[in-house]
Design a protein around this ligand. Structure first.
Ligand SMILES: C[C@](O)(CO)[C@H](O)COP(=O)(O)OP(=O)(O)OC[C@H]1O[C@@H](n2ccc(N)nc2=O)[C@H](O)[C@@H]1O
Ligand SMILES: Nc1ncnc2c1ncn2[C@@H]1O[C@H](COP(=O)(O)OP(=O)(O)OP(=O)(O)O)[C@@H](O)[C@H]1O
Length: 285
């Protein structure tokens, strides 16, 4: 076993997102289908013998101690201390490729990849389930990335059933605006009374993203991107609370052909749907 590890921290899409109600603690019960993508950030972990955690480079607009990578590392250290294991540290390098605040889960994925990477490097011996519990304290979307499989999700996003989805090619457009997840969930006009559906009843045609109409009305950039993408796909929609929008294609060539025609100034990427995250086999079941 070496003391350095490089992992891809994958993006996710919410193929649909239904909001079924608000809980007493303010969080929302939802149903969603998480699709992992092969596109992601690169994280390199180098173990240290002292207990210091360093992360480079800094993320613009994020205080170092608020970086979800740092918070994940500290949470794992605390868990190890509680189990009487020796403290270790790490120098972590982040090659940020995913847009932030786009609804593709980059921060949550970084946190999950850190839990998995450091659990391995530090020989902490935590199970996938134990790491998912730690992940839950960091954000609603962290457990699905720790589980490392595309999945149907309920509860606040933590009750997960792995799904085998067709590995399509997704064109993701990233409108130039930052949508706050909290702002959307707190908004008075959010649709939050969709009736729960059964997993078998899911089909792209019979589902929606309940945040989409609200976010379209608040952010004209999202609206414009969706109008454009719908010219190429009837199923174009927003992921999470936005701002990114996506459409699925059967081949890379088709996705690239559409992407090449994108409006001037529009950024985005093409990613392949994957059923398992690249780090899936790093944790024993
Ligand atoms: C919208 C999704 O991206 C769908 O995948 C997630 O549910 C959001 O997950 P996340 O970004 O990890 O969210 P968190 O960091 O846990 O929460 C951010 C804020 O979103 C709201 N929030 C989040 C998840 C949820 N099920 N109900 C909520 O109401 C809360 O106001 C919370 O303060
Ligand atoms: N390592 C990190 N990578 C990205 N964002 C981070 C990180 N650490 C903290 N953050 C903060 O978290 C916020 C949300 O980031 P993220 O990229 O996960 O958004 P998102 O794609 O909208 O996520 P979600 O789909 O889970 O709502 C960022 O705007 C940033 O302030």
């Amino acid at each position: 076993m070496t003391d350095t590890l490089t992992l891809t921290s994958p993006a996710k899409l919410n193929l649909f997102l239904h909001i079924n109600g608000r809980r007493a603690d303010g969080y929302h019960n939802l149903q969603t289908l998480f699709q992992l993508l092969d596109t992601g950030d690169q994280l390199t972990f180098r173990a240290r013998q002292d207990d210091t955690i360093t992360i480079a480079p800094d993320l613009p607009g994020v205080a170092p101690t608020e970086n979800l990578i740092y918070r994940a590392a500290i949470a794992l250290q605390a868990n190890m201390e509680a189990r009487g294991l020796p403290q270790m540290g790490a120098d972590i390098h982040l090659d940020k490729r995913l847009p932030m605040g786009g609804g593709i889960g980059g921060g949550s994925s970084n946190a999950a990849t850190t839990l998995i990477g450091l659990n391995h490097l530090w020989r902490a011996g935590s199970s996938r389930k134990a790491l998912m519990e730690i992940g839950r304290t960091l954000g609603a979307d962290v457990p699905v990335f720790v589980q490392g499989q595309s999945a149907w999700a309920e509860g606040i996003g933590e009750q997960l059933t792995p799904m085998l989805l067709p590995e399509k090619w997704f064109l993701v457009l990233c409108p130039d605006c930052h949508v706050s997840t909290r702002e959307v969930f707190c908004h008075k006009d959010l649709t939050r009374d969709t009736r729960p559906i059964k997993v078998a009843a899911f089909s792209q045609g019979g589902s929606q993203n309940d945040c989409q109409s609200l976010v379209r009305s608040l952010y004209k950039e999202v609206d414009k991107a969706l109008i454009w993408l719908k010219k190429f796909s009837n199923h174009a929609r927003m992921t999470g609370t936005g701002a990114c929008v996506f459409a699925a294609f059967d081949s890379a060539a088709k996705a690239e052909q559409v992407f090449a025609q994108r409006p001037a100034g529009m950024t985005g990427f093409i990613g392949r749907g994957i059923n398992k995250a690249p780090y899936y086999n790093l944790i024993p079941d």
